[in-house]
Design a protein around this ligand. Structure first.
Ligand code: GLN
Length: 378
């Protein structure tokens, strides 16, 4: 019998899929995988109902013109430079295939969103991580000197994620400017994963492409913005002139994203902007963040407050992700799932707070009960 290639043999269920499966198995409150418990907004659902039965066949590989135009208007770019993808995951895969290959190195920050590593390796490239360091106060700092030192003649791209999953770190304009200067000096591509661009709790995160439009690919997600992660509508805003090749490349991955859902997102994007949907989303999530953070602190946990995303990192002695899902009935993501180098910075857990307040309260109550049966060990 022939064998699967090593890359397939070494492929495993992702931590997100696993924690959602275990949450189902143990009847746990799922604060693991980052998807909202609320329904998507009615204006999005209605637009989808209108599109099914009307826009059911393939779209052009670059995406429905209406959606590319809507994204262009929303992002402040030319719609012709936008490629619609089957989720941000496909966008990131396409960029890996297009921008680096065997012998190349790709810089990324650690903790690292798990798919960046296998996507680089599938492209034949080597992921090189630069650590974000966590201070005593629970702030994650970026040492630009370390990024500079990690650049080699083989470095082809810098993959940034802001707001950053899992730490919630929002990179400042000064940090981005320094990274752009580095990218220009070494002629690197910039990939900016901005799927949480509308989910922030302070100032709006600066967008990398405004600083380096000639070399930045911006990745976005309707799933994250419009609370419909299962729809698989993402996008890439490309430097001018490059969208055609990326669209051609994606003909061999998924050909196009689901057409009726593209039509629905095209209709919904201007409505979301006009009606203050994102402001409402941020207000709702800020309240949930504080509910969860205060509750976890009351249980003796140390909590890092995020600047964006719908995740927070927390730790408390005595917790393990396995014990929490199985015995406490709360699914979370262990921090070491985001580590490229083992061992990972110990004891941190990522909690998703994109869940109904009642679910967050239920999770806190369960953690409280679990804490009583499993006292804090130092
Ligand atoms: N972005 C989501 C998270 O961080 C998960 C994405 C996925 O499971 N593909 O939880």
């Amino acid at each position: 019998m022939p064998e699967l290639l090593p890359r397939a043999r070494s492929s495993q269920e992702s931590v997100f899929a696993r924690m959602s499966r275990l949450a189902g198995q143990y009847g746990a409150v799922n604060l693991g995988q980052g998807f909202p418990s609320d329904a998507p907004p009615a204006f999005l659902l209605e637009a989808a109902r209108r599109a099914v039965g009307v826009a059911d066949q393939y779209s052009p590989p670059a995406g429905l013109l209406a959606l590319r135009d809507a994204l262009g208007a929303d992002l402040g770019v030319d719609g012709a430079d936008v490629v619609v993808t089957a989720g941000a995951t496909e966008a990131l895969h396409l960029l890996a295939q297009a921008l680096y290959g065997p012998g190349d190195e790709v810089l990324m920050l650690e903790p690292v969103f798990d798919i960046y590593l296998p996507q680089a390796r599938l492209a034949g490239a080597t992921p090189v991580t630069v650590p974000l360091r966590r201070t005593e106060a629970g702030r994650w700092t970026l040492d630009l000197g370390e990024v500079r030192a990690a650049v080699t003649p083989r470095t082809r791209a810098l993959l940034l994620n802001s707001p950053h999953n899992p730490t919630g770190r929002v990179f400042t304009r000064a940090e981005l400017e320094a990274l752009v200067a580095l990218a220009r000096q070494h002629d690197l591509w910039l990939i900016s994963d901005e799927v949480y661009d509308e989910l922030y709790f302070g100032e709006r995160p600066p967008s990398l492409r405004t600083l380096a439009p000639e070399r930045t690919f911006t990745v976005g997600s309707a799933g994250k913005r419009l609370e419909a992660t299962g729809w698989r509508i993402g996008w890439v805003a490309c430097p001018p002139g490059l969208a055609g090749n990326l669209a051609a490349l994606r003909q061999v991955t998924s050909f196009c994203a689901p057409t009726p859902l593209q039509a629905a997102v095209a209709a919904a994007l201007p409505v979301a902007r006009r009606t203050g949907f994102y402001e409402g989303l941020r207000e709702g999530y800020a309240a949930r963040l504080h509910l969860l953070a205060a509750g976890l602190r009351a249980l003796g946990a140390e909590v890092d407050l995020p600047g964006g995303t719908y995740f927070l990192m927390a730790r408390r002695p005595g917790w393990t992700a396995a014990a929490l899902v199985e015995h406490a009935g709360v699914a979370v993501i262990p921090g070491d799932a985001f580590a490229a180098r083992q061992p990972a910075p110990g004891g941190l857990f990522r909690f998703a707070f994109c869940k109904a307040p009642a679910q967050l309260e239920e999770a806190l109550e369960r953690l409280g009960r679990f804490g009583q049966t499993s006292p804090v060990h130092e």
